[in-house]
Design a protein around this ligand. Structure first.
Ligand SMILES: *Cc1c(COP(=O)(O)O)cnc(C)c1O
Length: 390
């Protein structure tokens, strides 16, 4: 090795050591099973309480069949970006399905939610503009806001008085408020009606990233927008991911004809990347149909959420978050305590990830428990027994 690569590796080792010393080092653990309530790891079965497969669709038999059938017909890769010749009929069908599902004129597919956020904010904003974010917004929205070059304001979590103050004093050409619908590490909801009112009062645009709300909240699974009885007039830009409740992969933005055409022209993470495999798009279309046709999945999920929250309360354990979402964090505070609790659950055959800074603020490390429609009441019972031993 020459000396310049030596300095590279010395630098990287230091970065890793800092993470290690702070109890923040992260490791990936492979498992060997389909996503579901029970996972196989190192030859042992574990009850899984950390996936985002909220409706239990990731390994659904009909979706496995849909994928292999579509694959047999159209092959594997898209082969090119959408604007070259990667845009397949199956992408069109999925976009129409998503537009109908979200009750908007159009939808546009992206390869991931991260890219949908980058693409949307960079297309809508420029240097003369201002963007307002809740402190607990997802990392991809923070990165998107930075990349947009708009002036960035972050208000304390759900502090709408502070947001109103910031909006009132902004001289920017355009103002854009962007929020998670369901906060991914808190499991609570943005106050969308109040945000919509503020946006109206201050001539601001409202963008909602409903990664954890779509498919889960609202009577038809329309997400936080439906939960609060809002629509595309109050929330003109809706972003969703397809790898969580819908069990597959990818993401989309839904809104007006003009919004979608502008994104096709200007969203660089849409333009300069390979289109999703068309067979995945066909599979996702099936997943949306199942989410619509099997409302009992949502009912099962909400029954498990109530079971966990009631059971925890009876044990004197306080889960933060909301009674409406499948994300039920148990905040323990220190990194070491959270790692120890996660390890203890692991020894009892239960997987719950320890979420630590920088994903959450310092001093608020937590067990992020997530539920799925695929969990049985007995699974949640077992989790409660394990939690009572902590
Ligand atoms: C998971 C998540 C994303 C990223 O979506 P991917 O499709 O996994 O890239 C974006 N926003 C929020 C709020 C998320 O929770």
């Amino acid at each position: 090795m020459n000396t310049i690569t030596d300095t590279l590796h010395t630098h990287l080792e230091q970065l890793c050591q800092q993470r290690q010393a702070a109890g923040l080092y992260r490791q990936r653990v492979p498992h060997h099973s389909p996503q579901g309530p029970v996972l196989q790891q190192d030859g042992r079965s574990y009850l899984n309480f950390c996936s985002n497969d909220y409706l239990g669709l990731a390994a659904h038999p009909a979706l496995r069949t849909a994928l292999s059938d579509a694959c047999a017909t159209v092959g594997v890769g898209a082969g090119a970006a959408h604007l070259v010749n990667g845009h397949h009929h199956y992408h069109e069908v999925l976009e129409q399905t998503l537009a109908a599902y979200t009750q908007r004129p159009r939808a546009l597919l992206f390869s991931t939610g991260y890219m949908a956020n980058l693409g949307t904010l960079t297309a809508l904003l420029d240097r003369q503009d201002a963007v307002f974010l809740d402190k607990f917004n997802h990392a991809s929205l923070v990165d998107a806001a930075r990349l947009s070059r708009a002036r960035l304001y972050r208000y304390p979590h759900r502090d709408l008085a502070r947001l109103a103050y910031l909006l009132q004093h902004s001289q920017a050409r355009h103002r854009l408020i962007v929020t998670d619908g369901v906060f991914s590490m808190e499991g609570d909801l943005a106050d969308l009606p109040a945000l919509a009112q503020l946006a109206h009062d201050h001539d601001a645009w409202l963008v909602v990233d409903d990664a954890h709300g779509l498919g889960v909240l609202g009577n038809t699974g329309g997400g936080t927008v439906e939960h609060f009885g809002l629509d595309s007039r109050t929330v003109p830009v809706l972003i969703g991911t397809l790898g969580k409740a819908f069990g597959v992969f990818g993401a989309f933005v839904a809104g007006s004809e003009t919004l979608i055409e502008a994104l096709i022209q200007h969203a660089r993470p849409y333009i300069y990347t390979t289109a999703l495999p068309p067979a995945l798009a066909a599979t996702t279309t099936q997943a949306i149909h199942i989410a619509i046709q099997e409302p009992q999945r949502r009912a099962q999920l909400h029954a498990r959420i109530a079971q966990l929250r009631d059971g925890a309360q009876a044990l004197g354990i306080t889960l933060s978050g909301s009674p409406h979402t499948p994300i039920q964090p148990l905040i323990l505070g220190s990194n070491a305590a959270t790692l120890a609790a996660s390890a203890k659950l692991h020894r009892q055959g239960i997987l719950v990830t320890a979420i630590r800074p920088p994903t959450v603020p310092i001093g608020t490390a937590r067990l992020r428990i997530t539920l799925s429609a695929a969990h049985q009441p007995a699974h949640v019972e077992q989790l409660l027994v394990a939690l009572s031993s902590l």
